[in-house]
Each structure stands twice: as C-alpha cells, then as structure tokens.
Design a protein around this ligand. Sequence first.
Ligand code: OAD
Length: 252
Amino acid sequence: MPKKTIQVPTELLNALADAQHVVVFTGAGVSAESGVSTFRDALTGLWARFDPMQLATPEAFLADPDLVWGWYEWRRQLLLKAHPNPAHQAIVKLAQQVPKLTVITQNVDDLHERAGSRDVLHLHGSIFNPRCFSCAQPYPLKQAPAMRHEQALPPPTCSYCQGMIRPGVVWFGEALPQAEMEAAFAAAENCDVLLSIGTSGVVQPAAQIPQLALRSGALVAHINLEPVSCQHARELSLVGVAGQILPLLVQD
Ligand code: OAD
C-alpha cells in the first residue's frame, strides 16, 4: 500500500506524553498487515465468505463438529505462518514509553505476544488454547495434518471424558471470559488515553470499551482504514493503516 502523509493531532501526542495509563484496544485490523483476514471487509472478510452461524456458535459445532474444527484448524495454521507487523511492534515500544499500558484485544491470534506485549487481555479467547466442549479440560494441541485450504477435520477427543475438543475462542451467544472482561472494563475506566485500533466496534460487549473510557474522561483515538464517526469532544479519528500510524505515536 503506498505511504500517505498522516498528520497525528498534537492533542493526541500531548495526551500520550502526559498519560499515566494507556489502553490499546485492538480488533482484526491490527493483524491485517500480517496477512490475517478481518471479519467484515466486504470482499476479503471471513464473514463475507463464510456464514458465522455455521462456524462460530456452540450449536454449529454440535451440528457439524468436523466442519467447525477444520475451519478453525485451517485458520490456526495460517496464523502460525503470520508474523507481527509494525503496528504490533509500535505497541510494544509505546509500553516502554508510558508508565502503564494495557493491551485488550478481540483477536484470537498471538501476534501481540509474539511482538513482545505482555499480559494481553484476550476478550474473545485464543485459537491456540482449545479445550473439551464437555468438561472444559484444556487440550494440548498436537501437530495437525497440513491444510492448504479450509476442510472438514474431526476434532480430537478429550483424554479425561472422551468429549469433543473445541476451539478456545468465544462464539456468538457465549459469555466473555469473566476475569479478562472485568480487567478490561476496569482498565478502560481508569486510563487517560485509549487507542482503538482496527475494529468495526460492532460486537458487544467489547464495543463498549471505548465508550467507557470516554465516559471516564479519557481521550479516545480511533485508528482505522475507514473514518470513525466521533460524537464526543475527546474522540479523534485517524484514518489509515495501523502499521503506518502507530509508529508515528512512539519516540525513536
Ligand atoms: P472487523 O472485521 O469487524 O473490523 C475490522 C476493522 O479493521 C474494520 O473497521 C476495518 O476498516 C479496519 N481495518 C482493516 N485493515 C486495517 C488496517 N490495516 N489498519 C487499520 N484498520 C484496519 O473485525 P473486529 O472489529 O475485530 O469475534 O471484529 C470483532 C469480532 O467480530 C471479532 O473478534 C470476531 C468477529 O466475529 C469473535 O470471533 C467472537
């Protein structure tokens, strides 16, 4: 993508320089430059090509476990080949330049951790932590047959209860992990600046996080390919790719 000149508002740079606690809230767009598909892009988004109700609900898993397990296994294998991009790396650098930084992500990949971020709050779980559908026992993933495209694959069996192993992600209709959600909401309520990066902000309850920060007096900057409509005086929209904008927010 050709580089665009992006002007970062001084208000944001000053707020970051003064901040005691910065929250970075990410969605699929932060991993897009690593070659990972987002969900809602009209052409390349996963939900443009696949039906979430057939792949991302407990009912779908029970109806066709091989279809669902195979789809997640295909995505897991793609993620293993992906690498953190300059946006993930800039977040790590920013954490070294402010007193406290909390990363909250809706992503099920581990690209923040592989870039070097610590204690990432994964609101939608992790594709790398499967567990038993029946007894919730974690399942150590073994090498799976290489997949070139999505294909049906039977899920492994739990060695404790013989139940089916499911992906460790949060599906539509399921509750978010309690501890992560409480920690994320508390961070949003107690930060000075929140950067909302690469998310369409439509999936609840995660989508409340920028609003919580605004209500608590923080400055909220949306970093997105698309302009984000700002209703609040302390809300900014920076339009462009995360991997170009985020490095402009950190000192060399
Ligand atoms: P979406 O696919 O809904 O939104 C991705 C956002 O990133 C869009 O607003 C894009 O404009 C923006 N974007 C794309 N590339 C970008 C780039 N290089 N730099 C900056 N912005 C970029 O993904 P999420 O908001 O993460 O839930 O979706 C939320 C949840 O919906 C996901 O966690 C997933 C999905 O169903 C579960 O799996 C439970």
